[in-house]
Ligand binder design. Structure first.
Ligand SMILES: Cc1ncc(COP(=O)(O)O)c(C=O)c1O
Ligand SMILES: [Zn+2]
Length: 422
């Protein structure tokens, strides 16, 4: 960051010094009315182009606009993920100009690495020795990896029901996994760790949730910087992503706003939040700054975005971008995941498939136009929740001879068998 850093409230604009310890209750002035997160503000920072150093093989090439200097980066080579046209699945959804930003190409296979590289770099530079998060999976796995890289201890408080492959991943990085039967107990545990032992908490640990640490959120701005570069200097018409607390949503929006204010793009995209239980859709339908806590009517397959209440920061990004929130259920999600994999070669986590459902819905209602350029942020890898998206291992056929294999294909034994014969 080239200017001077401070924090400001996303809702009331109150300003706070960069020296304060971030409390996960967010802005003290808003706490009693409509709780809201703080954001990083850069006063008098670089007005020019987003890239600081083209040669850095990670999102740290944008360090001019990030709250940590590149010299103190704890990096695993995150960011700079591919943006690919996806014409086949696009045609199916009625949006031929569809692009996929494949965040599974990050070091821990999800977009959370953009957050963790910033948060851990900042925590280390601030002298922390323990970083902690209450996470359902991807955030914990990512924080565990960056803590390992930084030589810091990492505590991940999870709840029963988190996806197995992600829990295994967290353990492999050497983090201490602390599972709780009740989600809320994770927060109390982390809050006590902060109070008693000075842990650096990257996630929320108080209800109602306002979002995660603002320094980590600033890392998500790089999504917008990359997308605009990859579209040769243009912003898309729409940008869709799965949303839980909206950290990525507000970071992405602020990245596009940065570019707009610097004159690097001439239009801003509208944002699409694919959610599960519908708290953002309900909030958008009213005037209030409060996000309702919804009743969970089913157990979501998209577990990574399964919270019943989103945040003010997400609502703000949607309102400012004239965006839309679309609640997405379980029906057809696994089938769409498999179609996406078969048609485009991208195996996305179930939560990362939800924006495709949202886009199909918005296109049907003509909210998205047939020639609009739409970017989907596929936030995580399909390997992360295989225990939810695949049936338990059945008997795989094993052929005693080559002839038996040909007979099997000829009988149409495999779904794609006919392709074997050209
Ligand atoms: C794969 C994936 N996508 C999207 C999200 C939603 O992130 P956010 O809380 O920033 O809205 C998560 C959060 O855990 C996630 O793991
Ligand atoms: Zn405030």
């Amino acid at each position: 960051m080239t200017g001077t850093m401070r924090y400001a409230c996303l809702r009331c604009g109150a300003s706070y010094s960069a020296d304060i310890a971030i409390d996960s209750r967010g802005c003290p002035a808003c706490a009693g009315s409509a709780p809201a997160n703080l954001m990083v503000v850069n006063d008098g920072g670089a007005a020019a182009c987003a890239i600081q150093d083209d040669s850095l093989p990670s999102l740290w090439r944008y360090a001019f606009h990030l709250p940590c200097p590149a010299e103190s980066a704890v990096s695993l080579g995150e960011g700079l993920t591919p943006l690919m046209p996806a014409p086949a699945i696009g045609a199916q959804l009625g949006v031929p100009r569809l692009f996929i930003k494949n965040e599974a190409c990050n070091p821990t296979w999800s977009h959370k690495d953009r957050f963790s590289t910033m948060a851990v770099s900042f925590a280390k530079a601030s002298g922390a020795s323990v970083v902690a998060t209450a996470s359902s999976g991807n955030a914990g796995a990512s924080l565990a990896a960056y803590a390992a890289r930084a030589g810091l201890n990492c505590i991940v408080a999870t709840f029963s029901g988190a996806a197995g492959p992600m829990l295994a991943q967290i353990r492999k990085y050497g983090a201490t996994l602390v599972p709780f039967a009740h989600k809320e107990d994770r927060w109390r545990f982390i809050a006590e760790g902060v109070e008693r032992f000075g842990w650096f908490a990257t996630s929320p640990c108080h209800a109602p949730v306002v979002g995660s640490h603002p320094v980590g959120i600033a890392g998500y701005k790089t999504l917008a910087y990359e997308i605009v570069e990859q579209l040769n200097g243009a912003a898309p018409d729409w940008c869709a992503l799965p949303v839980c607390y909206g950290d990525a949503l507000i970071g992405l929006w602020q990245g596009f706003e940065d570019l707009f204010h610097r004159g690097e793009i001439t239009s801003l995209p509208r944002l699409i939040a694919a959610e599960v239980h519908g708290s953002l859709a309900a909030a958008l339908a009213g005037e209030s700054d409060r996000i309702p806590d919804m009743t969970a009517r089913f157990k979501p397959l998209a577990g990574s975005i399964g919270a019943t209440r989103s945040t003010y920061q997400a609502l703000k990004a949607l309102r400012q971008s004239r965006g839309v929130a679309v609640p997405v259920g379980n029906d057809g999600l696994i089938e769409l995941q498999e179609e996406f994999a078969r048609k485009e070669g991208v195996l996305a986590e179930l939560s990362s498939v939800t924006p495709l459902v949202a886009i199909a819905d918005l296109r049907r209602r003509n909210v998205i136009g047939a020639s609009d350029r739409v970017v989907v942020i596929a936030t995580g890898s399909g390997l992360k929740d295989f225990d939810r998206s695949t049936a338990p291992d059945g008997e795989e056929p094993s052929f005693p001879s080559v002839r038996d294999a040909w007979n099997y294909l000829a009988r149409g034994g495999a779904r794609q068998a006919f392709k074997a014969f050209g």
